[in-house]
Write a protein that binds this ligand. Structure first.
Ligand code: ADP
Length: 410
């Protein structure tokens, strides 16, 4: 379907009656906007995605409450136009609040906050720490303000959940002045996902608390966290989302001297090395094929040596990181896998756990094989030293919950 289908809902009134007091969740990225309208009891939602913003192929993919899929072309449209169209699509549902995923909250924010002029300025100022994301997040806030000035908005920071990390985990061993004057420290990201899946695991396990979880969010971006008694004690991402695990296109940890070495040896500028480490490395860089694990798994099965190495490195580096993060936990209850890879790749989960072979972890292969496509469950044997869980992440739900809490609506 193409442009101008905003009025194709047949049954607006019966739809809106089942979506009570909804919260609109907006995740404005550099070239895309994900959105979800979630009822206050979290049982019903409308979802969508505006993608390719700024290009001729810009479009909105919208799924109605009835599961009907619409595609709306907005050729050349940028964030402002996409948000205007999204708000038109949703206005009939009378949302009562808007929650924004904001990537960087610096060290100022350890929880979600209601938007006011100061908070908006802070989101913009923190662009220095998240140049691709925070400006897009600010645009989203302003677009809603312009159309619905009376609707309360809340920002939920990706970094906030990790503000409980102790200095031993968040400081870098570099001169103190850089921390005190320039705020150079580890912040961590994917906070809403780590918070959601660790809380969910604590809810569904029969182990008595307090629980110590390693949460492994493995998607295009990958990060892991050590969460004890609901608090993040350490995480793999740092000042930026480049640190830590090997990812789809990001390298994760490399020698910090790589920039200077490449400058001296190849004359590469800092920007070129930064782009290489963020966009041309990880699974893509090693396989030479793709950042998508499905493509790489298929090639590896057909004997492609670089694809095989990409998977081995991904699993080795992930296993090594999970093992080291376990040192942050007073007690190790288990590992929780989530994200597109963590929720779907049975072999990747098994291989990561093989790397941790000294831990006495025992995988129930049958249960592991059944945990795909959005299923939640455990896959450890009764005699395993720790529990193993797959919990599909739901960042939108967590953002809606935090938005309502920040506004005193629950
Ligand atoms: P993002 O970080 O962009 O939100 P996702 O969490 O959607 O990404 O994860 C994307 C990754 O998940 C891709 O590498 C994709 O190949 C992988 N993935 C999704 N489904 C499967 C599957 N069935 N088997 C293996 N990998 C999968």
């Amino acid at each position: 379907m193409s442009a101008g289908v905003t009025t194709t809902f047949d049954d607006k009134h019966s739809e809106s009656s089942t979506l009570t007091n909804p919260t609109l969740v907006l995740n404005c990225g550099s070239s895309s906007i994900k959105y979800a309208l979630i009822s206050d009891d979290e049982t019903t939602r409308i979802t969508g995605l505006a993608e390719n913003l700024g290009l001729d192929t810009a479009r909105i993919k919208h799924t109605t409450l009835n599961g009907e899929k619409l595609e709306i072309a907005i050729a050349g449209g940028r964030h402002e136009l996409a948000l205007k169209r999204i708000l038109e699509l949703l206005e009939q549902y009378h949302f009562i609040a808007v929650g924004h995923r904001v990537v960087h909250g610096g060290r100022e924010y350890s929880e979600a906050v209601r938007v006011d002029a100061h908070v908006l300025e802070e989101v913009k100022r923190l662009k220095v720490l998240a140049p691709l994301h925070n400006p897009a997040n600010a645009l989203g806030i302003e677009a809603v303000q312009a159309i619905y000035p009376e609707i309360p908005q809340v920002v939920v920071f990706d970094t906030a959940f990790h503000q409980t990390m102790p200095p031993v985990a968040y400081r870098y061993p570099i001169p103190k002045a850089l921390y005190e004057e320039e705020k150079i420290r580890r912040y961590g990201f994917h906070g809403t996902s780590h918070a959601y899946v660790s809380e969910r695991a604590s809810h569904i396990t029969s182990a008595t608390g307090p629980h110590g979880w390693i949460t492994a969010h493995l998607g295009n971006g990958c990060s892991a966290s050590a969460v004890y008694d609901g608090k993040s004690l350490d995480t793999s991402m740092g000042l930026t989302p480049l640190e830590g695990l090997m990812m789809g296109t990001r390298s994760g940890d490399v020698d910090p001297s790589l920039h200077i070495h490449l400058k001296r040896k190849l004359g590469m500028s800092l920007e070129e090395t930064d782009k290489m480490l963020n966009s041309e490395s990880g699974l893509l860089g090693i396989s030479g094929l793709s950042n998508d694990l499905r493509t790489i798994e298929q090639a590896a099965n057909e004997g492609h040596a670089d694809a095989q190495l990409a998977i081995e490195m991904f699993c080795y580096r992930a296993g090594k990181y999970l093992a080291s993060l376990s040192c942050a936990l007073p007690e190790f209850t288990g590992i929780v896998f989530t994200g597109g890879i963590g929720e779907n790749s049975v072999t990747t989960r098994a291989r990561i756990l093989e790397v941790m072979r000294h831990f006495g972890i025992k995988v129930d292969a049958g249960k592991n094989a059944g945990l795909v496509g959005g299923n939640e469950g455990s896959f450890h044997t009764d005699d395993s030293s720790i529990e193993l869980w797959v919990v599909p992440t739901d960042e939108e739900c967590r953002i809606a919950q935090e938005t309502r809490a920040a506004l005193g609506l629950q």
